[in-house]
Design a protein around this ligand. Structure first.
Ligand SMILES: NC(=O)c1ccc[n+]([C@@H]2O[C@H](COP(=O)([O-])OP(=O)(O)OC[C@H]3O[C@@H](n4cnc5c(N)ncnc54)[C@H](OP(=O)(O)O)[C@@H]3O)[C@@H](O)[C@H]2O)c1
Length: 275
């Protein structure tokens, strides 16, 4: 049998931790498979998808192509189609099937870090770009009751709330602008967990998306970034339960691995490759 090749595509892609994580799992399971990073520009997505049909066993998609890949797939599951975000493609009989494991990855990381469960619970997103969208549709599909979405651009948060409640009428969704102190502090008091989903914190000098002292005692803070962001540092210094984004990266990757191979990968082996 020939070696199975998997890939992650993005722009940029050199920094991706996914190859190390997946290749460690393939080695541990003695599988004849390899996972590679491929730099693909937006105008190269169509030809990449055509080649992938013939040469790959599956692939992941990262920033900025999670939406752009969709027109080149044969099918996309409902959750990913609603979110407009695909991070995993399965290839069977030359057919490309897209889904997203980002929401599952966040759900599993929140459970592991804080014992948090979604059903009938409340959650709050700080930021509502692609990552938050994917997670929000997953959370709604899992029976989340109350969702607060805080964003710099209020109209984007309001638009996402409207989309979510159209498809999940049981969900109560509240949008607020990040600079609306009263609304933000009120929202933060209603939830057991706040999830930082903006890109602020990727650079060392980035300010926090909201004043950290607005975080109430008793809340748990999850940052999707796996660097020590200003919010994570504040939480650490003030005894607020917190976790960085490496658990999300681990669990979304582990779910992709399982969907491709039918095998649950060794989480500890994959985790050892992450910061
Ligand atoms: N751990 C993981 O596995 C994982 C997976 C996926 C993503 N992530 C992380 O999730 C984060 C978001 O990724 P994404 O793909 O959703 O990005 P995105 O689509 O570009 O969205 C960016 C978000 O950040 C907000 N933002 C950007 N600059 C801001 C500023 N100066 N002040 C306030 N808000 C600002 C945007 O608000 P506006 O709407 O106002 O522009 C938007 O809500 C990234 O940090 C990424 O590293 C982690």
């Amino acid at each position: 049998m020939t070696k199975k090749i998997y890939a992650v595509i993005g722009d940029p892609i050199a920094h991706s931790l996914s190859p190390a994580m997946h290749n460690a799992a393939f080695r541990a399971l003695k599988m004849d498979a390899e996972y590679i990073a491929v730099h693909v520009l937006a105008d190269g997505l169509e030809s990449f998808a055509a080649e992938a049909r013939k040469k790959l066993a599956g692939f992941n998609i990262t920033v900025p192509h999670k939406k752009g890949i969709i027109p080149f797939l044969d099918e996309v599951n409902q959750e990913a189609a609603l979110a407009g975000s695909v991070n995993t493609v399965l290839i069977r009989e030359n057919q490309l099937s897209g889904c997203s494991t980002d929401g599952y990855g966040l759900e599993a990381a929140l459970s592991e870090a804080f014992g948090y469960t979604l059903k009938n619970n409340a959650a709050l997103f700080i930021g509502c770009g692609g990552a938050a969208r994917a997670a929000a549709f997953h959370f709604a599909s899992k029976g989340l009751k109350n969702l607060y979405i805080l964003n710099r651009t209020l109209a984007t948060a309001e638009g996402l709330c409207a989309e979510l409640t159209t498809h999940y009428p049981g969900l109560e969704c509240t949008a607020a602008a990040l600079n609306n102190e009263e609304a933000v502090r009120t929202a933060l008091k209603q939830v057991p967990v706040a999830i930082q989903c903006t890109s602020l914190g990727l650079e060392p000098d980035d300010p926090p998306p909201l004043p950290p002292e607005w975080l109430p005692q008793g809340i748990a803070l999850f940052d999707t970034i796996y660097k020590p962001t200003a919010l994570l540092q504040y939480a650490q210094a003030h005894g607020i339960a917190h976790a960085n984004g490496s658990g999300m990266l681990l669990h979304q990757g582990a779910k992709s691995f399982e969907l491709w191979t039918g095998i649950k990968p060794p989480l500890d082996v994959m985790r050892a490759e992450l910061p």
